[in-house]
Write a protein that binds this ligand. Structure first.
Ligand SMILES: [Mn+2]
Length: 300
C-alpha cells in the first residue's frame, strides 16, 4: 500500500507514479489520507508514504517535505525526493525536466508559470474544475484524479524518453557539420534528432529521414529545416540557389518550399512521396553552407 493525501496534486501524483512505474511498487494499492490529521495506523503500515506524514526517510520510503524547517520545506518536494532516491538504480534520467517542473509547481516557483497558465498544471486543475462544473453534486474521487494524472505522466514519459534517445543517437546520425556549427546534415535520425541538433547550436538542418510506411507505400523524407527561433536564412531560397547545380536540381525540384522560409522538402508523412532519395545530403549540406551568405548583412 502507498499512502498519499486526498485531493492529490502533482507532487503527490508524480511521487506515487514514480514509485509504481520505476520503484517496484507497481502492484501496490494507493490510499488517501487527510494530510492535516492522517490515520497513524495507515501511515505506519504503508510500504511507501508520499507528500504527507511529516517524515523524510527514503530508505523506508517516507517522502515528505512539509515538516522540514523554514526554507528547507520549499527546497525540495515529495516527487523530487522519490526521484532522487530512485535515480541511482532506475533509468529515469530522462524524467528530470518533468520532476523539476513539478518541483517548481509545488513550491510556487516562477519556472512553472507557463505550466500553471496553459500547461501540465493547468490541465490538472482544469480537469478538477471541469468535472465539478459537469457534475455539481458529485465529488471527483481521489482515485480518478490519480488515474488522470498518471495518464498525463505516462504520455510525457514516452515523449521525454524519445527525446533523450534522439539526443543520444544524434552523434552517429550527423554526417556533416559546417565549420561554424550552424549547418548540419542528419541521415536517418528521428524527428527529435533535428531538435536535439538545434539545442546544440545548429540553425539549419539538412535531413534525410528514415523511410516511413504510410497508406500507399513507403515515403522518403528529405529537406531542410531552420531552427524555430530564427527568421533567416530562408531555406527555400537557399535550396533554389543550390538547385542550379545539376546534381541537386532533380531532387530540389520536387520540394515544397514554405513561404515563411523555415522548411523546404518533400516526402514527410503528411505529404508522402514514394521515391527514394538519390542525392548525398552531406554534399547538399556543404553546398547549402557555401551558398548561405550569413556573413553579409541581411544575407539569406
Ligand atoms: Mn508537496
Amino acid at each position: 500500500m502507498i499512502v498519499t493525501h486526498t485531493n492529490p496534486d502533482f507532487d503527490a501524483i508524480c511521487g506515487v507514479w514514480l514509485l509504481k512505474r520505476f520503484g517496484g511498487l507497481e502492484n501496490e494499492t494507493v490510499e488517501f489520507v487527510n494530510t492535516g490529521n492522517p490515520d497513524a495506523e495507515k501511515l505506519q503500515k504503508a510500504d511507501a508514504v508520499v507528500d504527507t506524514g511529516r517524515r523524510l526517510d527514503s530508505i523506508n520510503r517516507r517522502f515528505d517535505h512539509h515538516h522540514l524547517p523554514g526554507q528547507d520545506a520549499n527546497n525540495t518536494c515529495a516527487a523530487m525526493q522519490v526521484y532522487q532516491s530512485l535515480k541511482h538504480f532506475a533509468e529515469i534520467a530522462h524524467l528530470e525536466p518533468l520532476v523539476n517542473l513539478i518541483f517548481a509547481g509545488d513550491t510556487g516557483r516562477g519556472e512553472a508559470n507557463a505550466s500553471r497558465e496553459l500547461g501540465l498544471h493547468a490541465i490538472l486543475s482544469g480537469c478538477k474544475a471541469w468535472f465539478s462544473e459537469q457534475n455539481p453534486d458529485v465529488r471527483l474521487s481521489d482515485e480518478a484524479i490519480l488515474a488522470y494524472g498518471f495518464g498525463l505522466l505516462d504520455v510525457l514519459e514516452v515523449r521525454l524518453r524519445k527525446q533523450a534517445k534522439a539526443r543520444a543517437e544524434l552523434k552517429e546520425k550527423v554526417i556533416y557539420k559546417s565549420g561554424d556549427g550552424l549547418v548540419w546534415a542528419i541521415r536517418h535520425g528521428s524527428q527529435g534528432s533535428t531538435f536535439a541538433a538545434y539545442d546544440e547550436g545548429a540553425r539549419v538542418v539538412v535531413f534525410e529521414g528514415q523511410p516511413i510506411e504510410v497508406d500507399g507505400g513507403t515515403t522518403y523524407p528529405i529537406g531542410i529545416m531552420r531552427a524555430g527561433e530564427w527568421t533567416e536564412p530562408n531555406v527555400g531560397k537557399l535550396a533554389e540557389r543550390v538547385a542550379v547545380s545539376k546534381s541537386f536540381a532533380d531532387e530540389i525540384g520536387k520540394w515544397f518550399k514554405h513561404p515563411a522560409g523555415f522548411f523546404a522538402g518533400r516526402g514527410t508523412a503528411k505529404a508522402p512521396v514514394f521515391e527514394p532519395v538519390k542525392i548525398d545530403i552531406a554534399a547538399l549540406a556543404e553546398a547549402i553552407d557555401a551558398t548561405w551568405l550569413r556573413h553579409l548583412p541581411g544575407g539569406d
